[in-house]
Design a protein around this ligand. Sequence first.
Ligand code: 2HG
Ligand code: ZN
Length: 455
Amino acid sequence: MPIDPTLAFRLREVVGAQVLVDPELVASYTADWTGRFRGHTAAVVFPASTEEAAGVVQVCRESGVAIVPQGGNTGLVGGGVPLHGEVVLNMGRLGGSEPVDRAGGQVTAGAGVTLAGIQEVAAESGWSYGVDFSSRASATTGGSVATNAGGIRVLRYGDTRAQLLGVEAVLGTGAVISHLAGLVKDNTGYDLSGLICGSEGTLAVVTRVRLRLVPPAPERAAALIALRNLDAALGTAAVLRRSLPQLEACEIIFTPGIDLVCSVFGLRRPFLRPSPVNLLIEVADRVDPTDILIEAIGSAEHVIDTIVATDSPRRAELWRYREELTAAINTLGPPHKLDVTLPTTSLAGFIDAVPDVVSTIEPTASTWLFGHVGDGNIHVNVTGLRTDDDRVDGAVFELVARLGGSISAEHGIGSAKRRWLHLSRSAAEQTAFRALKRALDPDGILNPHVLIPDA
Ligand code: 2HG
Ligand code: ZN
């Protein structure tokens, strides 16, 4: 639908020419990367400052137009695409980081700075950033705060919320809140930054973030470990977590996934003797951790084979078996992505049961399992389903809930999971969610179709 000329005029008063309305130009901002979520919009707006973002929110509020805030558009639950014709507020122009506070180990960055950008700024100043995940080159800090992104280092440094010392953000009222002093101790009432983190653009549009950095651990070693069976893999993961304080990543990959990555990207199979399940781990320290890593793996039982990589190119080769999985699976058609987390005690039962749950509903569908086993987070990808057929999604989420898990570990609820929020959040919690939403976004213009189910 073409944009209302008055709205276009008013948006241009705020951001100048930075309003896209041409249907061909807006198209790339209206679908997610996997192709599962496709929407439409009359306009994509690119503010360059907090003031401009606030101006856009104000105009949309006065015009009764809903907004979808968008960062790098790397989300996987349909939370950053305009599925209901919302105006897209793309934060990519809010770049730039302030100089790192080298003594305090903190940095303030614009919402549009990529995760890789923050990692680079941190490294240049002798620090490191505690969050990492495979879409680092495109994902933005604003998006990762809005979704409380997790990734591969959560077991060592925690999720994005654990790095967050403050945000600057535009509320649904158009008011700006700015809390960027970076005080580590700051007990002055409600933690609005922590609340906005993970709120998926429903309460506020994040424009700047204050992040804690961590001491660098430049000496690294990675290992791909082939294991006899799932119990052996989970047991080994537990042993390694206990015996290796330097453990930074502990990922699980099943051999069908490795085979798929190898065939899509022409990689060599890592092991001569195939094993059903593999762990990919990485340790990082100030001194070379290779011997400690090898000793720890040596003490684990049921290991069939191990490849250890110390230099950066060989570590990157091992990581390709894990990080290319998302792209490899996408070559089979848009997958259903069911990112879930389970208590340690029910993880094995879940992994065993989930392929049957899927095939009972859709015998021709394929189930792909992988993820951050070190923190209980399993990515269940299902291919061979229609994008709008969510029977499998519901059945898997119900299994997760029965086993005491959460229907979203790190990707958020978005639009994909909101009808199942009740499986992880009580009625009283949802009532509180709605009250918070009304307080910070009284007209309901900020991402109104994600996270919170319709009453
Ligand atoms: C990862 O861990 C991301 O690689 C994506 O969270 C997971 O593709 C997925 O389902
Ligand atoms: Zn993940």
